[in-house]
Structures are given as structure tokens and as C-alpha cells.
Ligand binder design. Structure first.
Ligand code: PLP
Length: 413
């Protein structure tokens, strides 16, 4: 059961959107944080403060406003570095996880991957950590391989060493956005390194929910998005070990990423600036810093324990519908997943189920969740997905179950 310590009430009160009834006058039950999270007032206020009080471009102006904007922007980088245990010069601002993966695929991938090399992914990858590697494989002639999962979406690591043989790169999701499966990085990363591979972790669903220390993990790259962890859209992070970033050519080029420019030739700034061409997403980076401060204030251990307890409760409540044809996908062990449950109600299409839930103010995602190959492997055309975050409670799970009951009755189940 979830600790009743008053903390959750305080958290909920920090999210203005959760106090707004839906257009049908229902309480908003937001169960789609794996798609994007809600934002606390402090993050929204940070955006307003920047635009109202010190809006200016960074790194160039000598006047007070520009100096303040630059200081706040760079301070946000320090906050993000601390949040994942990195050095400040290892934090590259990007728009999102997708851009971070593309940056590595083009900059590091083009320079290091050759025909005959292998790239190892998992069968749970989001399209964002799959398509860029497919394109790299097409450009270079490299081979794509996949760590398989079983029928419950659990990793099968028996053949890991054989899969790693000849591998230049492993790119893997820390947490699956469709099934919530947590990849045992403490197993995969050392073995990948022993095989000579560089490891990129897609942390889009990891960093928001689990305490991450990139040095303890020994990840070479770790990518994540602000909008899934209380921050704004349009800002994300590529973490890279400094020695790797230092050896990589630019991805985008233009202003703000140079050391010296002549008409014929240019030399480039050190990382992370080398990878931040053009005017950055200043306000969003600053607000992202506020978001991770908020998460640290809550405590990432609390976040994990809260979501684990809520997932356990949800699995138990959803199981009550199994005799009526509710299929629950993914590992059934709350310790093995992170706040995501995919399901289908008998032969009701996931979109119909999600639409009925919406009439009750309940937001769940329905579809392929950007994991089409997984859907095909499992033989699912679509699933409904409930995903939890710090502001969800057992009352939200109860509302979800009441909504499923309503749908079941409507369909005569
Ligand atoms: N990787 C995973 C596991 C995700 O869940 C997502 C988004 O849902 C992404 C990558 C892509 O994130 P973004 O759209 O912020 O680039």
C-alpha cells in the first residue's frame, strides 16, 4: 500500500492542471505520463519569469539581461549534470531523446561504424531508438541485431555474449515505454564493454522514474527528454562521456558552436558547445533545471517506490477483470517494471476503450506506442496503456477500473 504521509497531496497541489475538471465536469485522471508528463507550477513559473524578466540571447551579449540569461541557462546544465551524476561539460542540450539518438547515430556512428560491424538493439525499442540505427546500418552496411524478449516482454539474455560478438554499438531502452520492462543495465553494460562495444542508453523512460547515475552505470551515452519528467517540451539531454564527445565531429553546424571561422574553414568549440548550433531553447532549458530540482526535492527513491507500489496495486486491481477477458501484457512483477501497464479488454479495440475512458476524464494511450515491430511480434494490433507518475494515486487506479467496468458493460462483457 502507498504511504499516506501527506506528500502526495502536496505534490498534486503543485500541478495546476490536475485541479481543472474536464469539459464533461469530471476529475482529470491523467494516466499518460509515458507520453508526456504534467508540469508543476514552479516549472511553468520559470518559463514566465524568463520571458517577463530577463529574455535575452545567451553567450553573446555583454549587457546585464544577456548575462543573467546566460548564467541561468548554464546553471540549468549544472543541475542536469548533478541529476544524473555527470560532469557539466558532458551535458549536451538537444530538443529531445530523438534528436540525441540521431546526433550520436550521425556524428559518432558515421565516423565509427563500418560494413561488417554489428549494432545491437532490443526488441522493445521505441522507433526513436530503432529507425536512426536502421538508417546508419543502411549508410554503412552494418548489421542490426536484437536482444529478444519472451511472451511477457522480459529480456532473454542467454545469448548476450554471442549477440555482442563483433558489435560496435549497443543501443537499448532503460525502460520500455510499452511494457515498462526495466533493462538490467548492470548486466548489459559491462558485457558490452568487455566485447568492445560503446553503449547508448535511451533513458526517455528511465531518467524520469529511476535514480540514474551515469558514472555508476558506466553508460557511454544516455539520452532523455524534459517533457517526460515535469519539464517543458522542446528540450532534452544527450549525456556523453567527455572523451567520446571530444572525438566526435559536429552534427548541426552554424553559430555558437565554433572556435574560429574563416571564409574557407572553421574550427569547432569543445563539447558540449560543439553540438549546440544556433540559438538554444533557453527558457525551456532553464525550466528543465527547475523540473529536476523539483524531482530531487521529492526524491528519486520516493518516486520509484511510489510508482512501484501504485503499479502493484494496479496489477492487482486489473487482474479482477481477467476472467472477463482483460489481457494484461508485460512482466507481472512490479519490481521488474516502471510505472507502465499495457492491456486490452477482450476484443474491444484499444481506441474504443480509450475513448470510453476519456468520457470519464481518464487519459490513457491507445495504439502501437511507437513500437510497431514489438506489436507485430506479439500479435497485438494495439494496446491501451496506463502510465503513472508522482501525482497519481490509488484513486486514479480505482477510476481506471471503474471506467473499464463501464466499457465492459457497454460491450456486454
Ligand atoms: N524512447 C522512448 C523509450 C520513449 O518512450 C520515447 C517517447 O515516448 C522516445 C524515445 C522519444 O522521445 P521524444 O519524443 O521526447 O524524442
Amino acid at each position: 500500500m502507498i504511504a499516506v504521509d501527506g506528500k502526495i497531496e502536496q505534490i498534486i497541489a503543485d500541478f495546476p492542471i490536475l485541479a481543472r475538471p474536464t469539459s464533461r465536469g469530471k476529475r482529470l485522471v491523467y494516466l499518460d505520463s509515458a507520453a508526456t508528463s504534467q508540469k508543476p507550477r514552479a516549472v511553468i513559473q520559470a518559463l514566465v519569469d524568463y520571458y517577463e524578466q530577463y529574455n535575452a540571447n545567451i553567450h553573446r551579449g555583454v549587457y546585464e539581461l544577456a548575462a543573467r540569461a546566460t548564467a541561468e541557462f548554464e546553471q540549468a546544465r549544472v543541475k542536469l549534470a548533478r541529476f544524473i551524476g555527470a560532469e557539466t561539460n558532458e551535458i549536451v542540450w538537444v530538443r529531445n531523446t530523438t534528436e540525441a539518438v540521431n546526433l550520436v547515430a550521425y556524428s559518432w556512428g558515421n565516423a565509427n561504424v563500418r560494413a561488417g560491424d554489428a549494432i545491437l538493439l532490443t526488441e522493445l525499442e521505441h522507433h526513436s531508438d530503432l529507425v536512426p540505427w536502421q538508417l546508419l546500418a543502411q549508410r554503412t552496411g552494418a548489421e542490426l541485431r536484437f536482444i529478444p524478449v519472451d511472451e511477457r516482454g522480459r529480456y532473454v539474455l542467454d545469448d548476450l555474449d554471442a549477440l555482442l560478438d563483433g558489435c560496435k554499438l549497443v543501443a537499448c531502452a532503460h525502460v520500455s515505454n510499452t511494457l515498462g520492462t526495466i533493462l538490467p543495465l548492470d548486466v548489459v553494460i559491462p558485457r558490452a564493454h568487455a566485447a568492445g562495444a560503446v553503449v547508448l542508453v535511451d533513458g526517455a523512460q528511465g531518467a524520469p522514474h529511476l535514480a540514474v547515475n551515469v558514472k555508476a552505470l558506466d553508460a557511454d551515452f544516455y539520452t532523455f527528454s524534459g517533457h517526460k519528467m515535469l519539464g517543458p517540451t522542446g528540450i532534452g539531454v544527450l549525456y556523453g562521456k567527455h572523451e567520446l564527445l571530444a572525438g566526435m565531429p559536429p552534427f548541426f553546424s552554424g553559430g555558437d558552436m565554433i572556435r574560429k571561422v574563416g571564409y574557407a574553414q572553421t574550427t569547432f568549440a569543445d563539447p558540449p558547445r560543439r553540438f549546440e548550433a544556433g540559438t538554444s531553447n533557453i527558457a525551456d532549458a532553464i525550466a528543465y533545471g527547475v523540473a529536476v530540482e523539483y524531482l530531487q526535492g521529492v526524491g528519486m527513491e520516493w518516486v520509484r517506490e511510489h510508482e512501484r507500489a501504485l503499479t502493484a496495486y494496479a496489477l492487482q486491481r486489473l487482474a479482477e477483470f481477467e476472467p472477463r477477458g482483460l489481457a494484461i501484457y508485460g512482466p507481472r512483477d512490479p519490481a521488474a517494471i516502471s510505472g507502465v501497464i499495457s492491456f486490452n479488454l477482450a476484443d474491444v479495440h484499444a481506441h474504443d476503450l480509450a475513448s470510453i475512458l476519456d468520457t470519464e476524464g481518464i487519459c490513457v494511450r491507445a495504439g502501437h506506442h511507437c513500437t510497431m515491430p514489438l506489436m507485430e511480434k506479439m500479435g497485438w494490433s494495439a494496446t491501451a496503456r496506463a502510465s503513472f507518475y508522482i501525482y497519481n494515486t490509488e484513486a486514479d487506479v480505482d477510476a481506471l477500473c471503474a471506467g473499464i467496468e463501464k466499457a465492459a458493460r457497454l460491450f456486454g462483457i
